[in-house]
Design a protein around this ligand. Structure first.
Ligand code: FEO
Ligand code: CA
Ligand code: CA
Ligand code: CA
Length: 605
């Protein structure tokens, strides 16, 4: 993450105690402090209106920081530790706590317009006086940009121009209006950002087709009701029957060029994309790992046909147009009878085995009998069903360890798991698990891999179904529902969670996990996010003694009349709704955690 060189970072801390779910603040270790960098509604252009929570509009929101920040990166300008930028996406909106009930009743179309403008991305310049100090955002930075539910996206790859992507607004099937539900992502070696369009199904009213059913697009009215305001969200309209096919892609944006056209890459397939972690194979081919976050869905990777050229960004920005799309099969090496469903280790002492990457499309050629290339790419779930991919416990983020090259996969949970296998060994998997994968020859372009389970999450003091690679269970922080993951420069795995309030009664958290050496499996909680929030990001800049997280959906379980969170402004309820730039409502925000004491771990040259 970022441009900090590898090695030397430490970020020493003593694990914090787990934080009860009703605590409405960010909790960090002794010797650290936290500060919001930017909050929902903060203006990011010279001409942007100041945030006015009681008089919002779509026009204003498109000039302000969006809602529910998720994927995050913080990148300092090369050779300069006093300027940089952050890029994040905005996954979805919580209308119940964004607007008063009276405003929603009186302004139904404006509520939809604010919501569409609050989705997408923000790119915001940062500045500070000195390395190690907190960053602040630049209101009129040269890179500042909003991408929303209306921004035009070009379509790349073999399905661009397909009949399956054409609508009345776009008879060419090559230009899509907006991006929605962008979840985990990644930054490419050429400096662009990838982001997965995840639960796009919720925005559309479907027509009951088998494809809609497989993608979770219901035929009833949606909760948001966008289809009552804009026809394109109602897929029962013949003119817009394919609009839903234009979401569910990996998108690529160039955060350094605010005039660039963002792209949706059809070569990487269409599903509820989580992650979009891009690494180079030894050949120079670009490899992108991505999960499909649904119970019993699959893990994918894409390998480009062409190779990376250092310094040629225009060439590299086209690498994801052409290549091979694979889906994973995981095979265990222990007898099936030894996988009890309760987390008992099999006789060989490990949940482990080998795996295959099964190709679905190579270049423009479909390898799935009975499906065209366009059908495989647009209805990728159906293609993967046909080749017998392994049904996983909700694949979320995938990341590669910068020190060892191993690939880590967060499986967040699967309450409906009944038939177990060695890679998904728990029935009713409440707390999720982490799979470690090693590509053959440590080559990310390989077609086979080995794998093992690093940990079965949970609270070992209250569950017998946990496993921490043999690390003493009484010495780990409880952890549940792993979601976004990241690495520090030493190759430690950092796991953010989404769901601990429901499973453990705890605020969601960021944990550091040792993956190599005698302390493998050790989990140490670094921070907790406020009430009802999910920990997103995270970004670990240990060379800079900094950790960044995107605090998503604080106060989600409340209502305008009864907020459960007032973070971060903490303007007291019962008084004025807004004072200056502070409001009496929760605001998703990007937070940085910096060190206030002790020796600094390293100095950036
Ligand atoms: Fe948006 Fe799968 O978390
Ligand atoms: Ca085994
Ligand atoms: Ca996620
Ligand atoms: Ca999640």
């Amino acid at each position: 993450n970022g441009t900090f060189p590898l090695g030397g970072g430490k970020l020493p801390f003593e694990a914090i105690a787990p934080v009860p779910r009703t605590v409405d603040t960010v909790t960090v270790p002794r010797g650290y402090r936290w500060d919001p960098i930017i909050r929902w509604g903060d203006p990011i252009f010279a001409d942007a209106p100041d945030f006015d929570v009681e008089n919002q509009s779509g026009v204003a929101q498109a000039r302000q920081f969006g809602y529910n920040c998720d994927y995050l990166n913080v990148i300092s300008d090369g050779g300069n530790d006093r300027s940089g930028y952050l890029v994040c996406n905005h996954e979805y909106t919580n209308e119940n706590i964004m607007f008063s009930d009276a405003f929603r009743a009186a302004n139904p179309k404006e509520v939809v317009d604010v919501a569409l403008a609050a989705h997408g991305f923000s790119v915001v310049d940062l500045k500070r006086d000195k390395q190690g100090q907190p960053w602040s955002y630049v209101r009129a930075g040269r890179r500042n940009r909003r991408i929303t539910g209306h921004t035009p996206f070009a379509v790349s790859g073999p399905a661009a121009g397909s009949d399956l992507l054409k609508t009345a607004d776009d008879p060419t099937g090559t230009v899509v209006e907006g991006t929605l539900n962008n979840c985990a992502g990644g930054t490419t070696p050429w400096g662009t950002v990838l982001s997965g369009e995840e639960n796009f199904n919720q925005y559309f009213r479907g027509n009951g087709s088998p494809e809609h059913a497989r993608y979770g697009i219901g035929s009833g009215a949606t909760g948001r009701g966008w289809e009552t305001v804009y026809d394109r969200f109602d897929l029962r309209n013949a003119e817009y029957a394919n609009e839903g096919n234009r979401f569910g892609w990996i998108v690529e944006i160039d955060p350094e060029d605010p005039t660039s056209t963002p792209v949706k890459h059809t070569a990487l397939g269409r599903f509820k994309h989580e992650a979009g972690t891009c690494v180079l194979a030894p050949s120079g081919q670009a490899v992108v790992y991505s999960g499909d976050d649904e119970r019993h869905d699959y893990v994918y990777k894409f390998v480009s046909s062409r190779t990376f050229i250092e310094g040629d960004k225009e060439h590299n920005k086209r690498l994801l147009e052409d290549g091979t799309l694979y889906v994973a099969r995981y095979h265990g090496n222990s007898p099936a009878a030894e996988i009890t469903g309760n987390g008992d280790l099999p006789a060989d002492g490990a949940f482990d085995g080998h795996g295959e990457w099964v190709p679905l499309v190579r270049g423009t050629e479909s390898l799935v009998p009975g499906m065209s290339t366009e059908e495989v790419l647009v209805f990728t779930r159906l293609a993967a069903d046909r080749v017998g991919a392994t049904k996983m416990d909700r694949p979320e983020d995938l990341e590669t360890n910068p020190v060892t090259g191993k690939v880590y996969l967060a499986l967040t949970n699967n309450s409906r798991r009944t038939a177990v296998d060695e890679a998904n060994p728990l029935t009713a998997n409440r707390d999720g698990h982490i799979v470690e994968m090693v590509e053959a020859g440590n080559d990310h372009a390989a077609e086979t891999f080995s794998w093992n389970i690093l940990m079965l999450c949970g609270d070992p003091s209250r569950s017998t179904r946990t496993y921490f690679s043999g690390y003493p269970a009484d010495k780990v922080s409880p952890i549940s529902c792993p979601d976004n993951i990241a690495f520090d420069s030493l190759g430690n795995l950092w796991i953010s969670t989404d769901g601990q309030p429901g499973t453990l009664g705890l605020c969601d958290a960021l944990h550091k996990v040792t993956v190599d050496g005698p302390n493998r499996g050790r989990v140490e909680q670094f921070l907790a996010v406020p009430r009802d929030a999910e920990t997103c990001g995270p970004v670990i800049h240990d060379r800079d003694d900094s950790v960044f997280v995107a605090v998503q959906h604080p106060g989600e379980d409340g209502s305008w009349g009864a907020h459960t969170s007032l973070w971060p402004d903490q303007l007291p309820a019962g008084g004025p709704v807004q004072v200056g730039d502070k409001v009496a409502a929760p605001r998703p925000s990007v937070v940085q955690v910096t060190r206030t004491s002790g020796n600094r771990s390293a100095t950036i040259k």
